[in-house]
Write a protein that binds this ligand. Structure first.
Ligand code: GAL
Length: 414
């Protein structure tokens, strides 16, 4: 939706009290519909319900949240906003510009969010000096998940740390009769893989230049060409039925010993957790080979709209930032808490790795917003990138053409 139309429409309806939410109730739009996601969200629901706040669930399936954002826009334009919505990256900024997000400063001051939330996240959670988002987690996308039994049968005894080792291990798994790489053929998922491939190929500084700075020299480089060629290399290890497969179905293929590897954000850990699988016994979690030390992050936040029941709304924002929810939710979700310093006891080995990797990257300037999850470029450019990456991965365009089309997409003024 063109920003101007949205702005005009919103100007007409901002401030009209919506149909009054029943007392002590929150209506929440989100896209956490997989087993692991729903189990994690139940922690927040239970916490609120223990305080007398009823949760009216508005789940909009579709990993990455595109469908949820469409529903949210329709609801707000109809003058019927939810209490809150899950949101990511530059979508937060766009909504903040419309002037319809609730100011959370009093809660942020009371909870000292500024001292606890990584500065990189605050660039999105704070707009023109005002807190307008409560971050519940910090996921990251440069991960690989592997089934240990499948790898053992293929003669792979440890996680690959270089790209060449990774390709050799994929070959071994395929030769042993398994699907090498479990992929969901949806553009947001292919872009999620591309985050790690670009860091692996060019390093963190190259990733920053290409995707944060949109530097044309980096985008048009031989390094970017090599990244696309690596995507074509990965395509050799997918099964013929990957088109439009949901991400958690692909994760299930690794969990159930159908496939050796999956390249996916650590929400995949939530599925292993939900299946009661044990890290380093049943499965391995490791950074995309060649990217250890870098974290391409995406933080799930909740933003809040102008509804009548502000007491329940405030309670929800406070609960999200409470130590109990930051730990309890993320131990199941597979993410690191959004508040640095949250105790890592109670997290499994992969969760503890997510926490330590985040702290390291935050300290060493290698914590960058995930392009695929909307934390690097505005939505219109991200969606244009999605199309190019998907077409190249599916073999519809060459790596050379993809380099040019990606660079051109970055130039377009949306
Ligand atoms: C991401 C979100 C994760 C998970 C994933 C798959 O955008 O940040 O929490 O929901 O989508 O749905």
């Amino acid at each position: 939706m063109k920003k101007t139309v949205l702005a005009i429409a919103l100007a007409g309806i901002v401030g009209i009290p919506v149909a009054s939410a029943q007392d002590k109730q929150v209506q929440v739009i989100h896209w956490w519909t997989s087993g692991g996601e729903a189990a994690a969200l139940q922690v927040l629901k239970n916490d609120l319900q223990s305080q007398g706040v009823q949760w009216h669930d508005v789940p909009i399936a579709g990993g990455g949240g595109a469908q949820a954002m469409t529903t949210l826009r329709a609801r707000v334009l109809a003058g019927d906003p939810p209490t809150a919505s899950q949101m990511l990256g530059f979508d937060i900024t766009d909504w903040a510009k419309q002037g319809v997000l609730k100011n959370l400063n009093s809660l942020a001051q009371k909870g000292d969010w500024a001292a606890k939330v990584p500065k990189a996240l605050q660039a999105f959670d704070v707009y023109k000096g005002n807190w307008i988002a409560a971050p519940i987690d910090v996921h990251s996308t440069n991960w690989v998940w592997a089934n240990k039994a499948v790898l053992a049968k293929a003669g792979v005894t440890s996680a690959p740390t270089t790209w060449d080792q990774y390709i050799a291990d994929l070959e071994k798994v395929k030769k042993a009769g398994f699907i090498g790489l479990a992929v969901g053929g949806q553009s947001w998922q292919e872009a999620t893989m591309f985050d790690g491939v670009v860091v692996s190929t060019g390093g963190p500084e190259f990733y920053k230049k290409a995707f944060i700075d949109l530097d044309q020299k980096a985008l048009n480089s031989a390094t970017m060409l090599k990244a696309f060629e690596r995507m074509s290399e990965l395509h050799k290890f997918v099964d013929p039925n990957y088109a439009n497969r949901d991400w958690n179905v692909a994760t299930g293929m690794v969990i159930n010993e159908k496939a050796g590897f999956q390249m996916m954000g650590d929400w995949a850990l939530g599925e292993f957790n939900h299946a009661k699988k044990v890290p380093n016994k049943d499965f391995l979690c490791f950074r995309t080979p060649g990217t250890q030390g870098t974290v391409t992050y995406n933080s799930d936040v909740f933003v809040f709209f102008n509804v009548k029941d502000t007491a329940a709304q405030n309670q929800m924002a406070e609960d999200i930032m409470s130590p109990k929810v930051q730990a309890g939710f993320n131990q199941l979700k597979g993410a690191a808490p959004a508040e640095l310093g949250t105790p890592s006891a109670g997290f499994n080995a992969c969760g503890q790795k997510a926490i330590s990797d985040l702290a390291y990257a935050d300290k060493h300037g290698t914590l960058f917003g995930s392009m695929s999850q909307g934390y690097a470029v505005p939505p219109a450019i991200k969606n244009a990138f999605y199309d190019v990456i998907a077409r190249e991965f599916n073999g519809e365009i060459t790596p050379q053409a993809a380099v040019k089309q990606l660079a051109d997409a970055a130039k377009a003024q949306y």
